[in-house]
Design a protein around this ligand. Structure first.
Ligand code: CA
Length: 439
């Protein structure tokens, strides 16, 4: 049996730019916020390199995790007293909301891509491993930490809790859309959270939307769609992400070939060697990564130092749209020219093709979600939203694609002796157009 740690004598209140106030009255939540593993999230930005595009987007995973907790708290208030909500799950759900991102590392997407780090796996290891978080959870009772992990990894038998934390319409997305829009300084992501919470209902194995709430869900879907193309997949952010990945790839390659760095990158070696222990992982954050990037600006390896300088000083690669049928020819010509002037095309020439269905935007990694948004119709039936809403149906079927080439365009301006090659490249790119990376 579990033993609740009870309520605080006085409710703690955090000032929050998105929800105005975040209220903590449970001893358990308060103790978890105070653990060093949770505090570490203050040193990891929510949107990775997006601040190089939207300078306000410096908010951290700490902000977001508190926000997800607060939305869950409000949602449980809405659910409380309804037949399908069992209030014995209150603390469990709040803890899962608070800790759902605790395994994120610095610049998650780039690190996952280059080193195969999986933040979901680390979340579980932190909740179940030798950590302050685990010790706090153990006070509630044996098996509680495992139960928290199972809500987060979606295996908990009560799927209502799972869909609250993670589905096409979940507390995680509700917070990050509002928060990312706020800090990026854009209006696309701002939907009416209060209204949304009022139309959600617990059903025995999932969260549903009452039929009259359909239009507020349509609004949410449109805003999410816009946030993807305008903020998350912004080409300048893609450019800064590539630079970051290129630096990490280069450092890894140098390490693997026996290169000796001026300053031994002791924090990153376990990543290069795939020998990461929990203790090493928890010691990583973005300040550490920046430390190495600053050091590497003066490394003997020309590629590593140039890429690091570009990242730290925000001299990003430009991007260009190009006619798809000329892709191979353009790539070949540019690679040839880069080889002539001593730039390794593996690091300086990046092709990127994005293709997304707006419906994919609900599931991670482009997979069709198993947790679609369900409307509860007036007659009690449940229907998937695109079967009822013509608007959702229309955008669910319109695939959008985007192909871009990223490279250090300014280098080409100074190459008098390669005027001929440059002209050929310019002609191939005709029909596309070069973009500045300012935004
Ligand atoms: Ca999240």
């Amino acid at each position: 049996m579990y033993q609740s740690l009870g309520q605080l004598k006085e409710t703690k209140v955090f000032k929050d730019p998105v929800h105005r106030y975040i209220y903590v009255s449970d001893q358990l939540i308060w103790q978890l916020i105070g653990t060093k593993e949770f505090q570490r999230l203050r040193r990891i930005k929510q949107l990775g390199t997006s601040f190089l595009t939207f300078h306000g987007a410096e908010h951290t995973r700490f902000h977001h995790s508190l926000g997800v907790y607060e939305i869950t708290r409000q949602l449980i208030d809405v659910f409380n007293g309804r037949a399908d909500w069992d209030d014995q799950y209150r603390e469990l759900t709040l803890v899962a909301a608070l800790l759902h991102d605790v395994g994120h590392g610095p610049f998650s997407h780039a690190f996952e891509n280059v080193f195969g780090v999986d933040h979901e796996e680390w979340t579980e290891r932190i909740i179940l491993g030798d950590t302050e978080i685990k010790r706090v959870l153990d006070q509630v009772g044996e098996g509680f930490a495992e139960e928290v992990a199972s809500v987060i990894n979606k295996t908990h038998p009560n799927q209502l809790l799972v869909t609250m934390i993670s589905s096409q319409l979940d507390v995680d997305r509700m917070d990050y859309l509002l928060r990312d829009a706020h800090f990026a300084g854009v209006s696309y992501g701002k939907f009416d959270l209060e209204r949304m919470l009022r139309v959600l209902r617990p059903a025995h194995n999932q969260m549903v939307v009452k039929q009259s709430g359909m239009h507020s869900i349509e609004d949410y879907i449109m805003r999410r769609y816009q946030m993807y193309w305008q903020v998350y997949l912004h080409p300048v952010t893609r450019s800064s992400d590539y630079l970051l990945k290129a630096i990490l790839e280069r450092a890894k390659e140098l390490h693997n070939s026996g290169y000796v760095f001026d300053i031994h990158p002791i924090h990153l070696i376990p990543l290069f060697d795939q020998t990461m222990a929990l203790k090493n992982y928890l010691a990583l954050d973005e300040t550490i990564v920046y430390f190495y990037f600053q050091q590497w600006m003066d490394e003997a390896d020309g590629t590593l130092s140039d890429l690091s300088r570009r990242f730290v000083n925000r001299q990003l690669f430009k991007y260009v749209d190009y006619p798809p049928e000329k892709r191979e020819a353009i790539h070949e010509k540019l690679a040839e020219l880069f080889n002539k002037i001593g730039l390794d095309p593996a690091y300086y020439l990046l092709e990127d093709k994005l293709s997304r269905l707006p419906y994919d935007l609900y599931g991670e990694n482009g997979e069709i979600s198993k947790q679609p948004i369900m409307l509860q119709m007036k007659d009690g039936q449940k229907k998937e939203i695109s079967q009822v809403s013509p608007l959702v149906e229309a955008i669910a079927n319109s695939r959008q694609t985007d192909e871009k080439l990223f490279y250090p365009q300014e280098i080409l301006y100074d190459l008098r002796e390669f005027a001929n090659e440059k002209m050929q490249i310019d002609q191939l790119l005709l029909g596309g157009y070069a973009n500045e990376t300012s935004h």
